[in-house]
Design a protein around this ligand. Structure first.
Ligand SMILES: C[S@@+](CC[C@H](N)C(=O)[O-])C[C@H]1O[C@@H](n2cnc3c(N)ncnc32)[C@H](O)[C@@H]1O
Length: 535
């Protein structure tokens, strides 16, 4: 069943006089988008030659901010910065406002309004976010979105604009059109979703895997079945959902005095996954950066873009600034997939992230750095610390010169290459994340609030985390720093008892308590690793 507005019913009073939009009628799942965080935009801006405002003292505007699930956690994590969100739908805004007032956050405002009528006197913003808006609105709203980027961005500001892209969008449209055909004449939102799901299920189950088309179609259809109902209603079944060729998007952005900085998923701009000859031909076809990106979209059959823009007057660098890497924090989920890391030069080791990004290297200091990052994951470390630790281990193994004057420069360049391959991540700063669970653990107040209202919470890495089990959600909401292990254990015990879920094998209460104690400790450690505990 599609989640109807009843989910927001306690916020109804504030919006009773307002014209409702489709986003009021069917809730859109409010997610956190790590790729829109000002920290991410700042890193890419700095590498590209911009001098963006420091993330811990900046102004952020989000257009089409939905229920604030993206903006409010950012605001909590950056208390000295200022956040403004605007959305046309009243119910999601009321939901976000409730979250803000419950949490007592004072550096964020959510405004109910149309961006075409938005006031222009809110000052300049250092970062502007428009996630999931451009492709879903009529041409005049798209133009206004770009006009706001131009008029509201600070001189060194960065705008994030996501949109559905071509040619991949053609494939997506094919399925969308099948669904729209099937639900033609069906008006009720819930029924449209139900019918569309039924069609997708029918088509998916009908496919055997004898030919390539059927294989592809089956995978696509199964992907749609995983979508949240609100997502399906507003994306696939949306009245407007227009994909664009990158060059066409950039034509419009340029007309508004904006230029291309890069993609928010930095690695998307690179061709590492193609053979040398493909890369050479791509180079020959690439008259300029924009054309190169367009051919890259053809090669990758891109269907979604997350483009960063800035004022056209800014002088951007053609090559990223490796010297800036030493100012970042670095992390990597990559694991060494060859036999135990051998730091000797000439011995190639391969690394891979859970998402499949890969690299191979025989660079001794680089291998030592990746080993340091593997141990520290998920916590980012300052570049200097990575360098120092890598120098120590590589000189202990006598594979690098401890007095190498170029070590910093070489490691910076190496890590920058890995960043462009999606193997390492850079950050400009970090909120106070606990490295482990303390005696009286404290969870982020935002996550505690979210745990009381649903199963998706936001970590301090600005990543959405699904807390599926009820006990986990209760545990998270209790972590306000007042309860020690004994008190937490009591709460878990009583909760299990009240749910008739308490298992006491052979009536041995002591053993049962020990079991719960152990699982409590594991869960607290898990919460810490996910970045949900405050340090
Ligand atoms: C697909 S949702 C995306 C929500 C959120 N940004 C995200 O990506 O999760 C599009 C949002 O844009 C809002 N919207 C559409 N047209 C708008 C307009 N003219 N002015 C302000 N918000 C608008 C909708 O109400 C909806 O919340």
């Amino acid at each position: 069943m599609a989640r109807q507005v009843d989910g927001h019913s306690d916020f109804r009073a504030t919006v009773i006089q307002t014209r409702l939009t489709s986003y009021d009628l069917v809730a859109y799942p409010g997610y956190t988008h790590p790729q829109t965080h000002p920290d991410r935009l700042a890193v890419i801006g700095v590498l590209s030659g911009l001098e963006p405002a420091p993330v811990n003292r900046c102004r952020v505007l989000e257009l089409g901010c939905g229920n604030g699930s993206n903006l409010v956690p950012m605001a909590w994590g950056l208390p000295e910065s200022d956040f403004v969100g605007i959305d046309l739908a009243a119910h999601p805004i009321a939901y976000g406002q409730r979250m803000i007032s419950d949490l007592g956050i004072t550096n964020v405002r959510l405004i109910h309004g149309n961006i075409t009528e938005a006031r222009q006197d809110r000052g300049k913003f250092d970062y502007l976010i428009a996630h999931g808006l451009f492709s879903w609105v009529p041409a005049e709203v798209r133009e206004q979105l770009l006009a706001i980027c131009r008029s509201s961005l600070a001189p060194q500001g960065i705008a994030f604009v996501s949109y559905n892209a071509l040619p991949g969008g053609h494939l997506r449209n094919m399925l969308r059109e099948m669904m729209l055909f099937h639900v033609r004449g069906v008006a009720a939102a819930e029924e449209r979703v139900r019918q569309a799901q039924a069609l997708v299920r029918f088509l998916a189950e009908a496919q055997d895997t004898r030919d390539e088309y059927r294989l592809w179609l089956k995978a696509e259809l199964e992907g749609i079945l995983d979508h949240d109902e609100g997502h399906l209603y507003h994306d696939e079944l949306a009245e407007l959902n227009e994909p664009f060729y990158f060059t066409r998007f950039m034509e419009r952005a340029t007309a508004h005095g904006l230029q291309y900085v890069g993609e928010a998923d930095y690695f998307e701009m690179f061709d590492h996954s193609f053979s040398e000859s493909v890369r050479q031909t791509l180079g020959q076809l690439s008259l300029n950066r924009i054309v190169r990106e367009q051919y890259l979209d053809f090669l990758k059959c891109r269907r979604f873009r997350q483009t960063l823009l800035c004022h056209q007057e800014v002088c951007l660098r053609t090559e990223p600034r490796a010297e800036k890497v030493s100012g970042f924090l670095v992390s990597s989920p990559a694991r060494c997939i060859t036999s135990a890391t051998d730091l000797r030069p000439g011995t190639v080791s391969a690394y891979q992230t859970p998402k499949g990004a890969r690299c191979e290297t025989d660079f001794a200091l680089g291998k030592a750095a990746l080993a340091v990052l593997e141990r520290a994951w998920p916590m980012p470390l300052p570049f200097e610390e990575v360098l120092q630790q890598a120098m120590i281990s590589s000189s202990q193994e006598r594979v690098s010169d401890p007095n190498d004057g170029q070590a910093r420069e070489r490691l910076s360049e190496f890590l920058l290459k890995l960043y462009s391959a999606g193997v390492v991540q850079f950050r400009a700063g970090l909120p106070p994340i606990a490295r482990g669970a303390s005696e009286r653990p404290v969870a982020s107040p935002v996550a505690r609030w979210q745990a009381q209202h649903g199963d998706i919470v936001t970590s301090m890495f600005h990543i959405a985390v699904k807390v599926e089990d009820e006990i986990g959600r209760h545990l998270l909401s209790w972590l306000d720093g007042t309860l020690d292990r004994k008190a937490l254990l009591e709460r878990v015990w009583f909760l299990l008892e009240s749910k008739k879920a308490l298992v006491v094998p052979n009536g041995d209460e002591t053993a049962a308590r020990r079991e719960i104690e152990l699982s409590l400790e594991n869960n607290l450690e898990k919460l810490a690793r996910l970045g949900l505990l405050v340090g």
